[in-house]
Design a protein around this ligand. Structure first.
Ligand code: C5P
Length: 241
């Protein structure tokens, strides 16, 4: 398995073709960005921590019947994955009100959201990821109504599985973002990554932040300790790398 052509250079990951046309190699880089890429820093070993955390979470989800693009983790920061045509929608699930939700709407910070909010944003830095609704999704031609239902159902299932998974590690899953894509047969699979970059994770006892929000708040020196803490809590000792 060899990296061939670079087909997508994202803000923190690079995607390469391989010998197999149905597979890609995803390299998790050490870059960290905020504000649609306006601020960028390098965090040593962040790529490897996120790749190992993502691989673990994808395996947990697969065991619970959520199909993902994950195949293998041949190196700590390199994932072999099924090639997907990504749907440009960021599906966000919120269990506790914080972040852009409380900035944009009169909802109290920390309010428990039951049922959770499922929100879909258009993944486009140039337009700053504006929020979508069903008719906007139709007008943009990015998914059918049936596909939107599948995304919602899958995101809620992921929320159920991961809320329990993180709870066992003493972590509250506050909110998270997931992305999906279609494989060569047209099946919708979970893609991209699930890591502290795209989740809000709070220590269940202290409510201390264990995710990228620290970087968004300029607490750069605390970021990697938080990611390592998540890694230590969710990766069993015999799976640690
Ligand atoms: O900023 P906001 O409150 O909308 O973020 C909600 C959740 O989605 C957070 O967990 C955040 O990390 C994630 N997110 C993301 N990428 C974005 C926007 C939000 O991972 N572009």
């Amino acid at each position: 398995m060899e990296k061939k052509e670079l087909i997508n250079q994202g803000k923190v990951k690079s995607v390469f073709t391989t010998d197999n046309a149905d597979e890609v190699i995803i390299e998790f880089r050490d870059d960290m960005t905020a504000g649609d890429g306006a601020r960028k820093e390098v965090m040593t070993n962040k790529g490897a921590y996120n790749a190992v955390i993502s691989a673990k979470i994808f395996k947990v989800l697969e065991n619970e019947g959520v199909e993902t693009q994950f195949i293998d983790l041949p190196e700590n920061n390199v994932m072999l994955a099924k090639k997907l045509e990504m749907i440009p929608i960021e599906v966000i699930v919120r269990n506790i009100a914080t972040g852009s939700l409380v900035r944009k709407y009169p909802i109290e910070e920390g309010k428990k959201l039951d049922p959770p909010i499922v929100q879909m944003d258009f993944k486009d830095d140039e337009y700053h990821d504006p929020m979508l609704n069903d008719s906007l999704i139709q007008a943009l031609g990015i998914a059918t109504p049936e596909e939107v239902d599948i995304l919602t159902e899958k995101a809620l299932k992921i929320n159920d599985v991961l809320t329990e998974f993180f709870k066992d590690a003493g972590i509250i899953l506050v909110d998270f973002k997931v992305e999906f894509g279609k494989d060569s047969q047209g099946n919708i699979l979970l893609g991209d990554e699930i890591s502290p970059d795209g989740c809000r994770l709070w220590d269940a006892e202290t409510l201390e932040m264990l995710d990228k929000e620290l970087f968004r708040e300029g607490k750069d020196s605390e970021v990697m300790d938080a990611y390592v803490e998540v890694y230590n809590r969710i990766i069993p000792d015999d799976e640690k790398v």
